[in-house]
Design a binder for this molecule. Structure first.
Ligand code: UGY
Ligand code: MN
Length: 254
């Protein structure tokens, strides 16, 4: 809660942004009928993706995106039903969908359903088919220790393989666990704190973070996290992945 006028924990820098609930701007968009939307990151900020939450004010049907990118979403509360290629899939809390570009999928959201959504351009490679729509739930994905640390686990939500040009992972830190080193890499990140909290180092700044906080990290932003408190800290993290950093300029798949 804000204790002083004109203050927020949100902080926007050229290499990263922390967006906290006390500064959320609720908007509406025509292609998200009857929904409240909060953007955490968008190309206007510098990211190559959009990362946002959507809450249905009433039962509603969402058309395919107004761009030719892919759409990933995770159900945070309520229930969503996806219709794609003649089939339908019901997603309860912690269920997720990865819908390929131009899949023409529609999504029915029950009233008050909240989803976390990431949209971006897919980067194809020659002779590799675009992966089909994928549906699962966080609880069905096995957790593996990272670099032998049994206090730090990762769940890879997407199947992987050459067709996938991104990872979306859940990282879970026992209290006191941390990333093993300060990372710097050409991939960028979208992050949503799902549980617990700790300290995030972004560039030369150190931020206390807690569930509900969203972060964008630009390429090569130095990054490190340590979990504090008595409960596990957990976040969802996107990164572009599996593709050379130099992109062909033509529309021909590389
Ligand atoms: O996969 C990652 O790059 C991840 N370890 N980064 C992060 O948690 N900030
Ligand atoms: Mn990283």
């Amino acid at each position: 809660m804000r204790t002083r006028l004109g203050e927020t924990r949100s902080d926007v820098q050229s290499t990263h942004a922390l967006i906290c609930q006390d500064s959320h701007e609720l908007i509406e968009l025509p292609h998200w009928p009857d929904c409240d939307i909060v953007y955490f990151s968008a190309p206007a900020l510098g990211s190559q993706f959009s990362f946002f939450s959507v809450t249905a004010q009433s039962a509603t049907q969402i058309p395919p995106p107004p761009h030719d990118g892919l759409r990933f979403f995770l159900v945070r509360s309520g229930c969503a039903e996806v219709h794609v290629s003649g089939s339908s899939y019901v997603l309860e809390v912690d269920g997720f969908a990865c819908l390929p570009p131009e899949s023409a999928a529609t999504i029915n959201l029950q009233s008050q359903t909240e989803i976390l959504c990431l949209e971006r351009s897919y980067v194809p490679i020659k002779n590799v088919p675009v992966p089909p729509a994928f549906f699962s739930s966080i609880s069905k994905i096995p957790a593996a220790p990272i670099k032998g640390d049994d206090k730090l686990h990762v769940q890879h939500l997407l199947p992987g393989g050459p067709g996938y040009d991104m990872e979306i992972n859940i990282m879970t830190f026992d209290p006191g666990a941390s990333l093993p080193y300060v990372e710097t890499h050409f991939m960028e990140h979208a992050l949503m704190m799902l549980k617990g909290g700790g300290i995030y180092r972004l560039g030369e700044k150190w931020y206390p973070v807690a569930a509900g906080d969203a972060i964008w990290m630009a390429p090569f932003c130095p990054q490190w996290f340590g979990a504090l408190g008595r409960e596990n800290a957990q976040y969802l993290i996107f990164k572009n992945f599996n593709r050379d950093p130099i992109r062909r300029q033509s529309s021909t798949p590389s």
